[in-house]
Design a protein around this ligand. Structure first.
Ligand SMILES: C[S@@+](CC[C@H](N)C(=O)[O-])C[C@H]1O[C@@H](n2cnc3c(N)ncnc32)[C@H](O)[C@@H]1O
Length: 298
């Protein structure tokens, strides 16, 4: 009689999956395999070691193989798992919007530390270019008194962000605006906003053209392309911020560290009446954020 084949344990599956993904050049292959397995097993990644010896049933093994094939073909892991953690919120993630990035969590930390948000009893916060809603929803969750307006020009992104707000029970405090259809200036009083946080598209168009085709095949170009110098939407956000923010209000921008946008954008913000304007490095040491306070009048 044939011997019964050994059961595939989580440990052996993770070893095999990590090796498979490494062969296809996937970044952090072991971690990727773990995130995928954790999603399929409906647990946190940190809980996997305790389950290392568990035998995985065939449907889970098959789903793991399918997921690995998608990631190996270049699809972002976050679209394959269909959800991703961003600070204090778990978001649905799919190809309607950019995958939330860890750097953007740091941008939210900068905003939450600003005096304009700590002082106001019910601060009004604008998330400009909301995508999945990650910034707006983390702010709403972490600042329970805040009212948040989330804008985008992509109806797809706004639909996803709304779904996320509903799922998180935050929809009553977050308004969504499609600025391809409505002008923000018609909706918000000048000087009424306490903070504007934005991770807009900031990659220069020519650099977007040179991106790995796998990236462009999955993430929306509208979320990446910031025009000829990458700063078209950054300038637009800065200009609108100079009208919408209250005196002392804060503007927090994520930008492209590689194309050296911090210095010219800081100069532009000073021209628009922001002072102080500060550049901040991300955890990898790249100059990726600007924070700016709208100064009092002329
Ligand atoms: C880099 S993605 C960031 C999405 C999300 N905030 C995040 O951090 O993951 C930029 C977002 O800005 C939106 N966008 C592009 N141009 C815009 C514009 N002119 N006004 C408002 N939103 C814009 C895109 O549709 C996209 O959802």
């Amino acid at each position: 009689m044939d011997s019964v084949p050994p059961a595939k344990t989580l440990a052996t599956v993770l070893d095999g999956a990590g090796a498979f993904l490494a062969k296809y050049g996937v970044d952090s292959p072991r971690a990727t395999a773990e995130f995928l397995a954790a999603r399929l097993l409906r647990c946190k990644r940190g809980e996997l070691p305790a389950r290392a010896a568990t035998a995985l049933p065939e449907p889970i093994l098959e789903a793991m193989r399918r997921g690995m094939r998608r990631v190996a073909a270049g699809e972002p892991l976050q679209y394959v798992t269909g959800q991703w953690d961003f600070r204090t919120v778990t978001l649905k993630t799919d190809r309607r919007a950019l995958v939330p990035r860890p750097e953007t969590e740091e941008l939210v930390s900068l905003a939450l530390a600003h005096p304009a948000l700590r002082a106001a009893a019910a601060p009004l916060v604008l998330d400009y270019g909301t995508g999945s809603g990650c910034i707006a929803l983390a702010v709403a969750k972490e600042l329970p008194a805040a009212r948040v307006v989330a804008v985008d020009v992509s109806a797809d992104a706004l639909a996803l962000a709304r779904e996320n707000a509903e799922a998180l029970g935050l929809a009553s405090r977050v308004a969504f605006v499609d600025t391809s259809e409505r002008d923000l200036g018609d909706l918000l009083e000048p000087g009424s906003v306490d903070a504007i946080v934005s991770n807009p598209p900031y990659i220069p168009s020519a650099a977007v053209d040179r991106l790995d085709p796998k990236v462009l095949a999955h993430e929306p170009r509208l979320a990446l392309d910031g025009g000829p110098d990458g700063m078209a939407v950054l300038r637009q956000v800065a200009e609108e911020a100079s009208m919408l923010l209250a005196s002392g209000g804060g503007l927090f921008l994520e930008l492209d560290a590689e194309s050296g946008q911090a210095r010219p954008m800081a100069a532009y913000l000073r021209e628009l009446g922001f002072d102080p304007v500060r550049a901040h490095r991300d955890l990898a040491g790249a100059e990726r954020f600007l924070s700016a306070t709208l100064s009092d009048g002329l």
